[in-house]
Design a protein around this ligand. Sequence first.
Ligand SMILES: CC(C)(COP(=O)(O)OP(=O)(O)OC[C@H]1O[C@@H](n2cnc3c(N)ncnc32)[C@H](O)[C@@H]1OP(=O)(O)O)[C@@H](O)C(=O)NCCC(=O)NCCS
Length: 175
Amino acid sequence: MEIEPMAVSLRPFRISDADDFLSFAGDDRVTRFLRWKTLASREEALATIRDVCIPHPWRRAVCVGDRCIGFVSMWPGSGDDRCRADIGYGVAREWWGKGVATRAVRMALSQVFGDFPDVLRIQAFVGVDSKASQRVLEKAGFTRDGLLRKYAYLKGNLQDLYLYSFLSTDVVPAD
Ligand SMILES: CC(C)(COP(=O)(O)OP(=O)(O)OC[C@H]1O[C@@H](n2cnc3c(N)ncnc32)[C@H](O)[C@@H]1OP(=O)(O)O)[C@@H](O)C(=O)NCCC(=O)NCCS
C-alpha cells in the first residue's frame, strides 16, 4: 500500500538519528547497490552522521513522521560542471514498495534546483540490475539518457550503468 505522500518529509541529519541510520545503513540489502560499506555498529553510524552526513553538500534524512527511514543525497558539480548534480538515495527495507523513495526524490528535485541556482540538470547512474531504482527515477520524471557499458566498479564488480537525467525545465509528475 502506498504511503500518504504528505507523511514523507526531508530534513538535515541529526546525531540522534544514529539508531535509525544503522537500521538501513547496516543492512546489506540496502547497501548492495550503493558505494557505501555496510555499517556494523552504532559507533560507526554516529561517526558517519557526524563526519559525512552533516557536512555533506546536500544530504537529507528521509522521514516518516520525524523518524529517519532513508536518505537522499545530491552532489552539485563545480567549475565547468556546475550545471549538474548527481543524486543517490536509499530506504530502509521495511519501507520498500510504499512510494517513499519516489516521493523523496520528487521533493529533493525542487529543493535542489532552489538551493543551487547554477544546477540545471540532476543525473543518476543506476546499475542495469537495480530495477526498483530505475522505476523510482521513471516515476519521478527522469529520462533515460543511455547505457554506459563497463563504466565503473561496484563492490569489486564491473558494472553497466544507465544514465538518467532530470532538467530544471522538466515537470515533476503529480502524486
Ligand atoms: C531503490 C529503493 C530506494 C526504492 O525505494 P522504494 O521506497 O521501495 O521505492 P518506491 O516504492 O517509490 O518505488 C519502487 C518501484 O520499483 C518497483 N520494483 C521493485 N522491485 C522491482 C523489480 N525487481 N523489478 C521491477 N520493478 C521493481 C516497485 O514495484 C515500484 O514501482 P511501482 O510503484 O510502479 O509498483 C529501495 O529499494 C532501496 O533503498 N534500495 C537499496 C538502495 C538503492 O538501490 N538505491 C539506489 C541506488 S542507484
